[in-house]
Each structure stands twice: as structure tokens, then as C-alpha cells.
Design a protein around this ligand. Structure first.
Ligand SMILES: Nc1ncnc2c1ncn2[C@@H]1O[C@H](COP(=O)(O)OP(=O)(O)OP(=O)(O)O)[C@@H](O)[C@H]1O
Ligand SMILES: CC(C)(CO)[C@@H](O)C(=O)NCCC(=O)O
Length: 233
């Protein structure tokens, strides 16, 4: 069976076609979420698949996917999602948290997801017991540029880990603050959580995980898709 899996994030929407017989992803594409229902995405909805399953943190897009494809399944259409796995009411929890949760079988761990927001999901005794939500790398960058008259938006293309410790001039200075600073924020919060809970594993996911070149934790960028597969099988 070919499953079309869609992860609607606040900024980008990722689509992957998954072959359940061979347990492999066969194709993928990415769109800006605001364009998801424009002509450029026709190819996705008109492609060959047997089942479409989505996770969405954008209500408006979720409604439109349902209108466009009446066979589309939300992750909530499957019995696998169990309120007892979460201390939060699941109708108030982002669907990306829920899909990530079912993508990783750990009894005590932290999932750090780096997208529009950088989120931390704390799992204890196989249950999500809490979260931390912070502005993501790109959101921090855009927030700063938007608020400072002398900073130009074209610095955005350059966002990367800054290895220099000297000669930091505007572009490098911002990267050091935003990207390297983000890493220390992540590291610091993980340490704080670890003081309180017996955490065995940490995993990073999301589009911006690769920017953190000092990262020593495992990265799995397919976590949300593996979660959607587990929920829907
Ligand atoms: N126009 C674009 N075309 C292709 N890729 C993009 C574009 N804009 C951003 N990206 C990439 O998308 C990734 C961000 O995806 P990710 O799913 O982690 O976050 P998001 O969709 O921005 O946020 P979230 O899922 O948290 O709402 C990054 O790797 C970024 O480089
Ligand atoms: C925090 C984000 C924006 C991360 O994508 C998303 O999961 C969301 O909108 N969540 C709703 C609030 C919550 O999960 O606590």
C-alpha cells in the first residue's frame, strides 16, 4: 500500500510517499504551508496513493485538505492515539507533538523538535508529562530582523553555525547569537530537565536540527512521519 503522509507545519508542509510493503519512503516534496492548496500542490493530490494521512498544526489547512480529498485521514481518526499517553488534553496539544510521540518508543526521553518553534517533549514512564515551547531558529532570526531598523532581511540566507570566536561582525554576530545561542539554550534546558527526571535518551528532529553542528544527540528527521505510520497501521 502507498501512503501519502503530510506534515503541515506553521511554515512548511512536508509530503512523503511511503510504501508499506517495503517499509520505505519512495518520494518526498516540500511546500510553503501558505501555498499548500495552490496549483503547485496539485501534483501531490493527483499522485498515486492508496491512503492519505496528515498531521497538521494549522486548522485552516486541515479543513481544506479534508475538502480537497474526502478520503484524507487525520491522525485522530485512528484508535492508536490514547489520552492516557499524555497528561495534556490531546485536543489542546499540537498534532506534531502527538505524531512525534508515537514515532519514538522510549520510556524516559526528550524529543527536541526544531521548526517554527523549538519544542521539547518530556516523556516519563512512557507518558508525555510536559513540554517546553520556544521560538525556533528562523522565528528568532526573523523576530530580531523585523524589530531592528539597521538589520537587513537578506542576512537570512546566511543563517548557520558560527565557528569564529573573533572578528564577529554583524552577520557572524547574529549567527553566533541566534544559531549557537539556540544550541546552548537547548543544552541548558535538557540539563535542567535531567536534574528533575531520569532521562535515558534525547532525540532531535525538525528541519533546523542540522544547523547545530555541535550536537551530540541523535537526529531523526523522519520522526513525525514514523509517528504517522505507527498511528495509522
Ligand atoms: N521555501 C522553502 N523551500 C524548501 N524548504 C524550506 C523552505 N523554507 C524553509 N525550508 C526548510 O524547511 C525546514 C523547516 O521544516 P520544519 O518542518 O522543521 O519546520 P516548519 O515547517 O518551519 O515548522 P513547524 O513544522 O514547526 O511548524 C528547514 O529545513 C528549512 O530549511
Ligand atoms: C508549539 C507548536 C507551534 C509547534 O509546532 C504546535 O505544536 C502548536 O501549535 N501547539 C499547540 C499548543 C501546545 O501543544 O501546547
Amino acid at each position: 500500500m502507498i501512503k501519502l503522509l503530510i506534515d503541515v507545519g506553521n511554515t512548511t508542509t512536508h509530503c512523503k510517499w511511503y510504501d508499506s510493503q517495503n517499509n520505505s519512503f519512495i518520494k518526498e516534496t516540500i511546500f510553503m504551508t501558505k501555498n499548500v492548496l495552490q496549483d503547485e500542490t496539485k501534483v501531490v493530490f493527483e499522485s498515486h496513493y492508496d491512503q492519505l494521512v496528515y498531521s497538521s498544526v494549522v486548522k485552516k489547512i486541515e479543513e481544506k485538505i479534508k475538502q480537497k480529498e474526502n478520503k484524507a485521514y487525520s491522525i485522530f481518526d485512528f484508535k492508536k492515539i490514547n489520552q492516557n499517553d499524555f497528561v495534556y488534553p490531546i485536543d489542546q496539544l499540537g498534532q506534531d507533538f502527538i505524531a512525534n510521540f508515537y514515532g519514538w518508543k522510549t520510556s524516559n526521553g526528550i524529543i527536541v523538535s526544531l521548526g517554527t518553534a523549538t519544542t521539547f517533549m518530556i516523556i516519563k514512564d512512557s507518558k508525555m508529562i510536559g513540554a517546553i515551547i520556544s521560538p525556533g531558529i528562523e522565528s528568532s532570526f526573523k523576530g530580531l530582523i523585523d524589530s531592528a531598523d539597521a538589520l537587513e532581511f537578506n542576512f537570512y540566507q546566511e543563517v548557520k553555525w558560527e565557528t569564529n570566536t573573533k572578528n564577529l561582525w554583524t552577520k557572524q554576530a547574529i549567527n553566533k547569537g541566534v544559531v549557537n545561542g539556540h544550541w546552548y539554550m537547548i543544552k541548558g534546558l535538557i540539563e535542567e530537565i535531567k536534574k528533575e527526571h531520569n532521562i535515558k535518551d534525547v532525540i532531535l528532529t525538525g528541519g533546523y536540527a542540522d544547523l547545530l553542528i555541535q550536537n551530540k544527540y541523535n537526529v531523526n528527521k523522519n520522526l513525525i512521519f514514523e509517528g504517522i505510520i505507527n498511528i495509522s497501521s
